[in-house]
Design a protein around this ligand. Structure first.
Ligand code: TYM
Length: 344
């Protein structure tokens, strides 16, 4: 039996990349899991704090994210859905992991390196540019490892951008198992579960991933976008001037991105098969079909979300019950962890 764990930051309404790359897969896993599989889905507020957040906005985003998860079909009776910050075991375990994680490994994380690059543009001395970044951002992947290992999760459904974080999680698990040996290793080495659509690109710049933080809002489609907005954003998606439609991610990244979105909407159809249907057609045809498919995909969740987000008492109750279940599960792990490190 598997323990499936994943997380999402409450930094605004999720976009199509989050949905196709991760969230839709959470629901699918939940609905196809065997009865002995356990599933946990966490809204990771502590991770969100590694970048500046307006408190009022964060607080709303945190509630909205719970409503989104329920709206897309996460069932709190089947899966444990909870706010990370309701379970202090995550930070306790993260601290213990901090004490066995080499800084060199964290310096090699691409997420850290890209933040550093931005900061370096503003300062020319390497040390000064590090000084502008916070410790939480540096230790971000360690907290992520704690999220996963607090439940001894074996499977982690995430998009491809999280692969390096998951590799580090395995390194930390191994390090702990080695440092604090007993008859049995304490932690499993979790594997990544992903979908073919694990990398949805920006609609405005198909060389970078679709992201919540890109300044151009037309680069992403939000789960709550109206049909008109969806149509507008897809119409203005950057493609190329090569006539006809072919799947060529290297030379035609924008076109390939639209084909991947369409394939993902069509039950994760093989993208090459999708591309074949557009032989002899043009970008206009493709964009029209992508628009229809995305609207079809999002209309149900969007309507449920609008209802659920107003059910504040229900959301609080779900969060409370989820936190209790999560805590009782992670507390069992922490008893073993404390005993092994000598803090029992
Ligand atoms: P976050 O909140 O950035 O993203 C949530 C999920 O969405 C996926 N994703 C994408 N997939 C495809 N294409 C894209 N353009 C795209 N953008 C985002 C991400 O891969 C992710 O699965 N560090 C995590 C949150 C986290 C976590 C965890 C995940 C914290 N602890 C433990 C798993 C297990 C993150 O920043 O996700």
């Amino acid at each position: 039996s598997r323990v499936i764990f994943s997380g999402i930051q409450p930094t605004g309404i999720p976009h199509l990349g989050n949905y196709l790359g991760a969230l839709a897969n959470w629901v699918k896993l939940q609905n196809t899991a065997s009865p002995s599989d356990e599933l946990l889905f966490s809204i990771v507020g502590w991770h969100a704090l590694t970048l500046p957040q307006a408190p009022q906005q964060l607080s709303e985003a945190r509630m909205d994210m719970l409503a989104v998860l329920l709206a897309i079909g996460i069932d709190p009776k089947r899966s444990i859905v909870f706010h990370q910050d309701h379970n202090p075991n995550h930070t306790e375990l993260a601290w213990i992991f901090n004490c066995i994680t080499p800084m060199g490994k964290l310096r090699r994380m691409t997420t850290w390196k890209s933040r550093l690059a931005v900061s370096k543009n503003q300062a020319d001395d390497a040390e000064i540019s590090e000084a502008g970044l916070n410790l939480g951002l540096f230790a971000y992947p360690v907290l992520q490892a704690a999220d996963i290992l607090a439940y001894k999760a074996t499977h982690v459904p995430v998009g491809d951008d999280q692969r390096q974080h998951l590799e580090l999680c395995r390194v930390i698990a191994e390090q702990f198992n080695r440092n604090f040996k007993a008859k049995q290793p304490l932690f499993p080495l979790p594997t990544q579960l992903n979908t073919s659509s694990n990398r949805i690109l920006s609609l405005r710049d198909p060389t970078s991933k679709m992201s919540k933080s890109a300044p151009d809002t037309s680069s992403r489609i939000l789960l709550t976008d109206s049909p008109t907005i969806i149509a507008q954003k897809i119409r203005s998606a950057v493609t190329d001037s090569i006539p006809g439609i072919t799947y060529d991610p290297v030379n035609r990244p924008g076109t390939a991105n639209l084909l991947r979105i369409l394939a993902a909407c069509n039950n994760n159809e093989d993208v090459r098969k999708t591309a074949m249907k557009y032989k002899g057609k043009n970008h206009g045809d493709l964009k029209k079909d992508v628009t229809d498919a995305v609207e079809e995909l999002l209309k149900g969740p969007r309507a449920s979300f609008e209802i659920l987000r107003r059910e504040k008492d229900y959301l609080k109750q779900v969060a409370r019950e989820g936190a209790e279940k999560a805590r009782s599960k992670s507390e069992a792990t922490m008893l073993e962890v404390r005993a092994r490190v000598g803090l029992a």
